[in-house]
Design a protein around this ligand. Structure first.
Ligand SMILES: Cc1ncc(C[n+]2csc(CCO)c2C)c(N)n1
Length: 228
């Protein structure tokens, strides 16, 4: 049990695609982070791609600011853009700098197809749809890493080389931010669909956005394991 609780909407969405969710959160890449056996090359390949991923995710969260209907929604989205651009990306920059990859090289990383597919899918969900379509596509990224971080903090091999990565996503800062995102998601969904949102005619389409984004997370790990 991971001990992650990010709200009612997330719980329902995750339960709506159990096998995809397990394929994402229990992927061989994740198990390599846990055991420490993930080759360093694969980790750096992933981290370079993830830097570019975060650039585009910052754009998607910025679109969340545009599509917000309440100040609270806007605050959470704007806060996430700030966290990504000014903090979370610095982590990638530092780890890559230690491996001799500077920020200019990072920014110029050629996107892998899986990375391109995932980030543009999320952006399109927000462009084509409304705020709920966007957050349904953003949710697997937030809560999946939260769940993985908490589990690995419990289960990781002693002294694993990926302790920094695990500490980032299991840490209080990240977990509290994801709790706030979860609370905002529930409020946003209830505001638009009512408390009985699971029976809303829109729910199936939102579940589909969530499930697809979860499958794209699986693709992102697969990409990480493929030689660069
Ligand atoms: C492939 C991939 N998926 C999810 C995350 C985690 N993540 C990315 S943006 C964001 C929102 C708030 O920080 C979160 C949680 C990642 N880094 N890379």
């Amino acid at each position: 049990m991971s001990g992650a609780h990010y709200g009612r909407a997330f719980a329902a969405l995750q339960e709506g695609c159990p096998s995809d969710w397990a394929a994402y959160t229990r992927h061989a890449f994740v198990e390599g982070l846990r055991s420490g056996d993930l080759p360093r090359e694969a980790f750096l390949h992933y981290l370079k791609q993830d830097y570019v991923f975060l650039v585009h995710f910052s754009r998607a969260w910025s679109l969340g600011v545009v599509k917000s209907e309440t100040l609270d929604e806007m605050k959470v989205c704007a806060g996430t853009v700030d966290a990504l651009v000014n903090h979370e990306m610095a982590l990638h920059v530092q780890t890559c700098a230690e491996a001799g990859i500077d920020e200019e090289a990072l920014f110029a990383t050629r996107e892998e197809i899986e990375n391109l597919a995932y980030t543009r899918f999320v952006l399109d969900a927000g462009l084509q749809g409304d705020f709920l379509d966007l957050i349904a596509a953003l949710a697997p990224c937030c809560f999946g890493y939260g769940e993985i971080g908490l589990r690995l903090a419990d289960e990781a091999a002693e002294g694993t080389q990926y302790a920094d990565w695990i500490a980032t996503y299991s840490g209080a800062d990240y977990q509290e931010a994801m709790q706030a995102v979860g609370t905002m998601f529930d409020a946003a969904i209830e505001r638009r669909l009512g408390p009985d949102f699971l029976n809303s005619p829109r729910w199936a389409a939102l579940q589909d956005r969530f499930t697809t984004a979860t499958r794209l997370e699986v693709g992102f790990w697969d990409m990480g394991l493929r030689p660069a």
